[in-house]
Design a protein around this ligand. Structure first.
Ligand code: ZN
Length: 616
């Protein structure tokens, strides 16, 4: 028996309340959403924030005290802002930054999680904190329903370097089944009620160990089987609830816009549509990539979606032998996509992107798989001909010198496509299409200059902190942040959540500015950038990556009103404190969508607000 299991239940729940508050696990019936009900029409529609340290991230890095928001946009920034006919929030000196933008995430997967999911577990630093987050969630979960925590979390994030055992999950939640699933493909753990459920299944039985472990055995990934059984029991209403919970978590950590990069889309959809439905072999990152947006789309239609989403389309069809050797017969899904989908279509809250994070699986030109390479190359060409935006995800690999051959292939191919398009009668080649390179860790100054000349951008990996370990020769694991920033190419920064890494952007900002991994070890020696540069990448850099730099990424008059009020001053607190930043208020489209209450009890509006809601 471990020390954790000896925590008494009374002490656990006392601790749970405090830790859950710190992790921000939602209270029952937490209010979220946009717009005003008719009943509240008389409330002022404008929002004024005063007495803050508002980092606008404009071209001069201006810091102002006040902003006024009107009709979802910044109407007045910084100078004698009128407080008339507005809700007024006294920031009491807090630091404010633009809403963060994530340029590479698989966030729609989080919005599809089965069970009452606890995204906040990725903020936990110990088994006890995971227990507390699960216990806090228990309050609004009906009998018989699963509490789940999936993806992102790995043992390296917890002080014990392991997931909770069955007895610990029972201690946290004795009266609801619990399912904890690590990363994109398991393993998983469950509690006693979960074990009883999984062991009762006849079709595709799930083996559960005495300690609650659900692992791969005899060639069967039992964690994925367990996931399957939860997925096939999800109703559409369940998916809408999960999507709202995912949005609430994004707002809680300050990410107001997400560029989703699909998942590892299954290659078989055009040949065997039924294979996209939940299967016992599907991992967490496999979903039906045509239907996975449905719940979010429904919420958006109802006016209930409250963080912004842009949807890129990943295509994972490589060479498919049964289609024949002719290249015209390959890539059926990408061809249909480019014919039948609009890119950058939608509104300010929800819109399509284009191709990302890849159009076809990358195959090196030197590979023995020449059919695979031909298909990858053809995918690049199809995007160029369709005048679509296109991305590839290549980081290169650490070594002395770093191996950048894959990046070189991407850059050279983009140059080739540019030349082909010029020859085909498009004078700007691919330059107006704004193609991208995801990860880009070891891109050389020369490669970056060539990409920049093609009007391309990069988005830098911010997730190496999770699984990176120091090299014996102390060489950096990347990204080589300073040389990417110095190149002047538009550069974003991403976590690439929600399977291989958390969604929380403050971990990536910490890594970019410190080089420290989750265990506090230096893994990116000499490759740090300033906090200002890192935040610029997570706001304006990522806005470019979404083709939205005119609307998002900074607090400037006329731009969409997304901002985050922080509990600590990002620019001055210690590195350890900066990593633990938690927004106390998040505004999207001029609406407060996350509010811990830390700023309550000031100004007329707060009084009226509390009064109207009867002390909710
Ligand atoms: Zn990704």
């Amino acid at each position: 028996m471990t020390s954790e299991t000896r925590i008494s239940r009374r002490n656990l729940f006392k601790a749970a309340a405090a830790v859950a508050a710190a992790l921000g696990v939602p209270a029952p019936a937490a209010a979220h959403g946009r717009g005003h009900s008719d009943k509240h029409r008389e409330e002022p529609r404008d929002l004024v924030l005063v007495n803050g340290k508002i980092h606008t991230m404009d071209d001069r890095n201006s810091v102002v005290r006040e902003v006024r928001i009107s009709d979802g946009r910044f109407a007045d920034v910084g100078r004698n802002v009128s407080e008339g006919n507005a809700k007024v929030v006294d920031l009491r000196g807090r630091t404010v930054v633009p809403g963060l933008i994530e340029s590479h995430t698989h966030f729609v997967s989080l919005a599809n999680r089965p069970g009452y999911h606890v995204a906040q577990w990725e903020l936990a630093t110990s088994v006890a904190e995971v227990q507390a987050a699960l216990a806090a969630r228990r309050r609004d979960v009906p009998a018989g329903q699963f509490i789940t925590a999936m993806g992102a979390g790995t043992p390296r994030m917890f002080a014990e370097l392991r997931l909770p055992f069955l007895v610990e999950l029972d201690a946290a939640v004795p009266d609801r089944p619990v399912f904890v699933y690590q990363g994109g493909g398991g393993p998983a753990r469950t509690n006693t009620l979960g074990k009883q459920f999984f062991e009762s299944l006849v079709d595709f039985p799930v083996a559960v160990g005495a300690d609650g472990s659900i692992v791969t055995a005899a060639g069967v990934n039992n964690a994925n089987r367990a996931l399957y059984h939860l997925r096939i029991r999800q109703s559409f209403e369940d998916k809408k609830r999960s999507a709202l919970d995912a949005m609430a978590y994004s707002a809680q950590v300050g990410v107001t816009t997400n560029l989703d990069q699909t998942l590892v889309a299954l290659a078989t959809g055009t040949l065997d549509p039924a294979s996209l439905d939940p299967q016992p072999t599907h991992a967490l990152f496999n979903l039906n990539h045509y239907r996975m947006y449905d719940a979010w789309l429904a919420l958006h239609a109802e006016g209930r979606a409250f963080v912004r989403l842009q949807m890129n389309f990943l295509h994972n069809q490589g060479f498919i032998a049964e289609l024949g050797a002719e290249i015209e017969k390959q890539l059926p899904e990408l061809r249909e996509r480019l014919k039948n989908q609009f890119q950058f279509f939608g509104d300010d809250m929800l819109r399509t992107g284009a191709i990302g994070e890849w159009a076809a699986p990358f195959v090196a030109s030197t590979s023995a798989n020449q059919d695979g390479y031909r298909v990858w190359l053809e995918a690049q060409r199809l995007c160029a001909k369709a005048r679509w935006r296109n991305e590839n995800a290549q980081g290169g690999s650490a070594g002395i010198p770093p191996n950048t051959a894959n990046i070189e292939q991407v850059v050279a191919t983009y140059e080739m496509m540019d030349a082909e398009m010029v020859a085909a009668g498009f004078p700007d080649g691919i330059k107006s299409l704004r193609w991208g390179l995801q990860h880009s860790d070891f891109a050389t100054p020369e490669q970056l200059a060539r990409l920049k000349a093609l009007n391309c951008a990069v988005s830098m990996s911010g997730f190496r902190w999770l699984n990176g370990v120091p090299r014996a020769d102390n060489a950096p694991l990347g990204p080589l942040f300073p040389q990417i920033i110095a190149s002047g190419i538009p550069a974003g920064l991403h976590e690439d959540g929600v399977h291989i890494a958390p969604h929380n952007p403050w971990f990536a900002l910490h890594y970019a500015s410190t080089g420290l991994n989750v265990l506090g070890q230096q893994i990116n020696t000499g490759q740090q950038i300033t906090r200002q540069q890192a935040l610029h990448a997570y706001t304006r850099g990522n806005a470019w990556y979404l083709n939205r730099e005119d609307d998002l990424g900074s607090i400037e008059e006329g731009k969409l009103a997304d901002l985050v009020v922080l509990d600590k001053d990002y620019f001055t607190v210690s590195d350890a404190q900066m990593r633990a930043i938690r927004p106390i208020m998040t505004v999207v489209d001029g609406e407060i969508v996350h509010d811990t209450g830390a700023l309550r009890g000031r100004r007329d509006w707060d009084h009226d607000h509390d009064h109207r809601h009867g002390g909710r």
